[in-house]
Design a protein around this ligand. Structure first.
Ligand code: MLT
Length: 215
């Protein structure tokens, strides 16, 4: 079910039976297929919307440029964040998605653009699952994220994301008003079964998605 690039991004859309949509954002070198199985594990009923990052780093797709590992090209990040937010808006109209039930699920680079969506285009998402995230940007002023549920899952032994970076992100999002659950698991940068289970349980406890037929 690969869709053409007509909404601005090569992407995959897999319809589900509930009103919830997971916006799946892959890590560096991934593509629109990568997180589909994760999305299904997290919520078997949700619609899945999975774009491919447009920036190529040595042939590897990403959602924004970086100057070095952990050092982001802020101008590009801002531009790409708005571009992705516009895609989400257009895709929501094209696939009749309920934006009140649209949660990002991002891994690594995908978690960073999801964090940036929260901080720069806060109306885009109803909530977010950030797996191995960093602080993408610190906007001035901070947006109002009052009550927006966010799960951040970090790895204690992550060689790419230092634990205090994850703490700083949790602090920043809480300062903006988000309801953040921060979890540090005994893992590295890669996702583990425990990561998936933490995310699945967290999502299960969020606003239950309504069945389309009951609308
Ligand atoms: C990555 O490898 O993708 C980094 O950890 C995160 C990023 O560059 O956004």
């Amino acid at each position: 079910m690969n869709q053409p690039e007509e909404l601005g991004f090569v992407h995959k859309y897999v319809p589900g039976r509930s009103t919830r949509t997971l916006l799946l954002l892959h890590g560096t070198g991934g593509n629109e297929n990568d997180l589909i199985p994760l999305g299904r594990e997290l919520d078997p009923e949700a619609n899945l919307l999975s774009p491919r990052g447009k920036v190529l780093e040595n042939g590897m797709p990403r959602f924004f440029r970086r100057l070095a590992e952990g050092i982001f090209d802020e101008e590009d990040l801002i531009r790409r964040t708005h571009e992705l937010a516009d895609f989400v808006q257009q895709a929501s109209a094209a696939y009749s998605l309920n934006r009140q039930h649209l949660f990002a699920t991002g891994y690594s680079n995908g978690a960073n653009i999801a964090g940036s969506l929260l901080l720069l285009r806060p109306q885009t998402l109803a909530g977010a699952i950030l797996l191995r995230p960093m602080v993408p940007i610190v906007p001035e002023p901070l947006p109002d994220l009052s009550g927006v549920p966010v799960l951040a899952v970090s790895g204690r032994y992550d060689p790419i994301v230092p634990a205090d970076e994850a703490d700083q992100l949790v602090y920043l999002l809480r300062k903006a008003g988000a309801e953040v659950s921060g979890t540090l698991e005994n893992a590295g940068h890669g996702l583990t079964e425990a990561t998936v289970e933490i995310a699945r349980r967290w999502l299960e406890n969020r606003t239950p998605a309504l069945n389309r037929s009951s609308l």
